[in-house]
Design a protein around this ligand. Structure first.
Ligand SMILES: *[C@@H]1O[C@H](CO)[C@@H](O)[C@H](O)[C@H]1NC(C)=O
Ligand SMILES: *[C@@H]1O[C@H](CO)[C@@H](O)[C@H](O)[C@H]1NC(C)=O
Ligand SMILES: *[C@@H]1O[C@H](CO)[C@@H](O)[C@H](O)[C@H]1NC(C)=O
Ligand SMILES: *[C@@H]1O[C@H](CO)[C@@H](O)[C@H](O)[C@H]1NC(C)=O
Ligand SMILES: *[C@@H]1O[C@H](CO)[C@@H](O)[C@H](O)[C@H]1NC(C)=O
Ligand SMILES: *[C@@H]1O[C@H](CO)[C@@H](O)[C@H](O)[C@H]1NC(C)=O
Ligand SMILES: *[C@@H]1O[C@H](CO)[C@@H](O)[C@H](O)[C@H]1NC(C)=O
Ligand SMILES: *[C@@H]1O[C@H](CO)[C@@H](O)[C@H](O)[C@H]1NC(C)=O
Ligand SMILES: *[C@@H]1O[C@H](CO)[C@@H](O)[C@H](O)[C@H]1NC(C)=O
Ligand SMILES: *[C@@H]1O[C@H](CO)[C@@H](O)[C@H](O)[C@H]1NC(C)=O
Ligand SMILES: *[C@@H]1O[C@H](CO)[C@@H](O)[C@H](O)[C@H]1NC(C)=O
Ligand SMILES: *[C@@H]1O[C@H](CO)[C@@H](O)[C@H](O)[C@H]1NC(C)=O
Length: 590
């Protein structure tokens, strides 16, 4: 009898653990030491921001639903936050790493991010979000691979290659910040980096000797997935590989209709996956090019990134002129038509087994409409600022989400206008009042002379239309209500609009901003606050134990949070360790 009940108890315990083993999503852990190193990507020594001594930083590789834990050690001489661009942080804007939700990590401090990459697949990147730091580096790729049970809509690639492209200044981020604070333009960048390296010397006049360039080695007759991210300051780039097609397959977490492009425009903050077939004869190496877009190309020649694609059987160096950029000086619709051609593969499965298109966004009624209009920089109170709908955003010293948690009043106003203000522009901490479970239509109207790309944290939105001119109600007739791509960063051409639809199902406070660093720094952003009126931990995770305090709440902060690296999980980490041991033993019991 005693034996029997013992066995029953044992069985119950094992059953409980087995079910937990299948329910618990694995943890993947990373240590990030963020520091300055000296590098000379364009031949001029400068301080760049490295992660674990590397520039660019390591690529985070995770799988759908993994719990990602990153202990960030700030070895810079200024505050730091790491933002995980495109990672939706479902139910936890606490981990988003922007000033509206997090207090900055002071120099010499640790802070451990912990978040689940819930229901996501695809190609993303991370970067330091404060103080213009991205202009000095600190970025890296972030991959979410699909779970084995969900097929991808193409054959398994033979390799996976991350490419970070971006304009670059030989001035560091503090110098660039100083220029902006003094009301100046940053001027033409000094070059374009590919994976942190300067251009291959394709022309002796244009490229000085002794610059280290990136070489990507491939085997002939294979197919590679290449993930390209524009992590630069403000330059739209055209990406192309000599003699090769780029088969577009995915962008920012959505599988696209697969189409070949000879080149693709990648705007600041955007990410794309291409399938590259190495089907050429390797008579030479091939150029990989990222060149500035919509500029006077003869003036901007040196602002061109050039790397090398080398087949293992290559017979010689790349030669000849670089492959042509689109010749569309007098055709401003070329780039926009290319953007419109990027569509959702509605039959492919994304992070879940059901097809992407089973979320029929085109049949959902819009509940709130915002027209957000940006203009060229203006002067407010003697300062050069940028605006969105006439408001230049001022980051509060107490993060919005934290202020809500502690009911601190007067930190922000929930009064962001649904239509652009017509009066004098002003500086405000003005936030959009999003309705939980609402369906929001946002029209981004670019009244400036440069392309801006807009990004929203916490969501993938549907890009349903774009066109030149002023948006009107009639513009809705042109919306794509069927296979508009779902993504987190869209371009808005100068003198044009882009319309996006957002299903407000993720509770939290979410940044909506331009990715162009200079415009962002000068105030072109806001937040969308989405609150579930019913208080429940099901729609938003509790504030993490290790949350930092600042602003009006700074007295709650313990002096040096020695325990920050370990306290965050404490008992839960112990529990999961035990669980993993038991899980590992299960096959032995079977
Ligand atoms: C940035 O450059 C300035 C000179 O322009 C220099 O004084 C400063 O130390 C540099 N900052 C960092 C963090 O390297
Ligand atoms: C990422 O991890 C998955 C699963 O472990 C693996 O199959 C894949 O090759 C990895 N990708 C990269 C780029 O390391
Ligand atoms: C190199 O660039 C210069 C300046 O644009 C140009 O005049 C020259 O023809 C180029 N040389 C070659 C070999 O293409
Ligand atoms: C894309 O181009 C490759 C050749 O580089 C070709 O084999 C393939 O069929 C093309 N795919 C599509 C969808 O056009
Ligand atoms: C390889 O391809 C190039 C360009 O298509 C062509 O000019 C060249 O003759 C080819 N070489 C060989 C050995 O087939
Ligand atoms: C581009 O710059 C060159 C060199 O300054 C100048 O001669 C040319 O007129 C410019 N082209 C355009 C279209 O502005
Ligand atoms: C769309 O996805 C399906 C997988 O469901 C795939 O078989 C098909 O080739 C994809 N179509 C295009 C045009 O990319
Ligand atoms: C959308 O609105 C229309 C008209 O007001 C209404 O007939 C329809 O039922 C609504 N659809 C949904 C899905 O709520
Ligand atoms: C925000 O929107 C909710 C409905 O979603 C409404 O109940 C509330 O009054 C609004 N708050 C303000 C300050 O407008
Ligand atoms: C900006 O807006 C004004 C007024 O609506 C309009 O006249 C002008 O053409 C716009 N410029 C651009 C670049 O959109
Ligand atoms: C949510 O979780 C927190 C911390 O675990 C707890 O203090 C709080 O009571 C919970 N709230 C609700 C509404 O369940
Ligand atoms: C920071 O992280 C490192 C590595 O995990 C750890 O050794 C150190 O104790 C942590 N420091 C603080 C203040 O948490």
């Amino acid at each position: 009898m005693a034996l029997c009940s013992f066995l029953t108890m044992l069985l119950i315990h094992i059953t409980l653990f087995v079910s937990l083993c299948y329910a618990a999503d694995p943890f993947v852990n990373f240590e990030f030491e963020v520091s300055y190193i000296t590098a000379s990507p364009l031949g001029v020594p400068q301080q760049v921001i490295a992660i674990n001594g590397k520039f660019p930083g390591p690529t985070i590789n995770s799988t759908t639903n993994n719990n990602v834990v990153v202990n960030v050690r700030n070895k810079l001489d200024e505050n730091l936050l790491i933002h995980w661009s495109g990672i939706q942080q479902r139910r936890s804007s606490w981990q988003d790493g922007v000033l509206g939700t997090n207090c900055p990590i002071p120099p010499k401090w640790n802070w451990t991010y912990q978040f689940q990459v819930k229901d996501q697949i695809g190609s993303f990147f991370y970067f330091p979000s404060l103080n213009f730091q991205r202009a000095s580096g600190g970025y890296g790729g972030f991959i979410i691979t699909n779970r084995d049970i969900i097929p991808i809509p193409f054959g398994t690639p033979d390799g996976d290659i991350t490419i970070m492209i971006g304009d670059w200044y030989t001035r560091n981020h503090t110098a660039l910040r100083k220029a902006l604070d003094a009301g100046k333009d940053l001027g033409m960048p000094d070059g374009v980096l590919i994976n942190g390296k300067g251009p291959y010397r394709y022309n002796d006049t244009l490229v000085p000797d002794g610059i280290e360039y990136e070489t990507i080695e491939v085997h002939p007759g294979r197919t590679y997935r290449i993930r390209v991210h524009n992590v630069g300051v403000s330059t739209s780039l055209n990406f192309r590989i000599q003699s090769h097609n780029l088969l577009l397959a995915e962008t920012e977490g959505s599988y696209t209709v697969q189409q070949n492009y000879t080149s693709l425009d990648i705007h600041v903050g955007q990410s794309y996956s291409f399938l590259l077939t190495t089907d050429q004869n390797a008579s030479t190496d091939y150029y990989i090019v990222a060149s500035a877009r919509f500029v006077n190309e003869s003036l901007w020649k040196r602002v061109t990134g050039v790397a090398i694609l080398r087949y293992t059987n290559s017979k010689g160096k790349a030669k000849g002129p670089l492959p042509d950029s689109p010749n569309d000086e007098f055709d401003k619709t070329f780039s926009m038509n290319q953007a419109r051609s990027i569509r959702w593969n509605v039959s492919a499965s994304g992070a879940r087994p059901n097809p992407q298109g089973s979320f029929r966004y085109g049949t959902i009624n819009v509940t709130e409409i915002y027209v957000l209009k940006n203009k060229p920089p203006v002067t407010i109170n003697g300062k050069r600022r940028t605006t969105l709908s006439g408001i230049s955003f001022v980051n509060p010293s107490t993060p919005i989400r934290l202020a809500d948690q502690y009911k601190v009043k007067g930190v922000y106003k929930l009064d962001f206008p649904t239509r652009p203000l017509t009066g004098a522009p002003r500086m405000e901490t003005s936030v959009i009042n999003g309705t939980y479970r609402g369906f929001m239509e946002v029209i981004l109207q670019n009244n400036d002379t440069k392309v801006q790309s807009y990004h929203m944290s916490g969501y993938a939105f549907f890009v349903v239309g774009m066109d030149y001119g002023e948006w009107t109600e009639n513009s809705r007739g042109t919306y794509n209500k069927w296979d508009g791509i779902a993504r987190s960063t869209t371009q808005v051409y100068p003198g044009a609009w882009t319309a996006i639809l957002i299903s407000l199902d993720n509770v939290g406070v979410w940044n909506l901003r331009t990715e162009n660093l200079d415009s962002w720094y000068l105030g072109q952003e806001t937040y969308v606050r989405v609150v579930n009126p019913e208080a429940t931990n099901k729609t938003e995770l509790p504030m993490p134990d290790n949350a930092l305090y600042c602003g009006a709440l700074s007295k709650l902060q313990k002096p040096e949070d020695i325990s920050s690296a370990t306290s965050i999980m404490g008992s839960s980490r112990l529990f999961f360790t035990l669980l993993m041991i038991v899980c590992a033993l299960i096959p032995i019991f079977r």
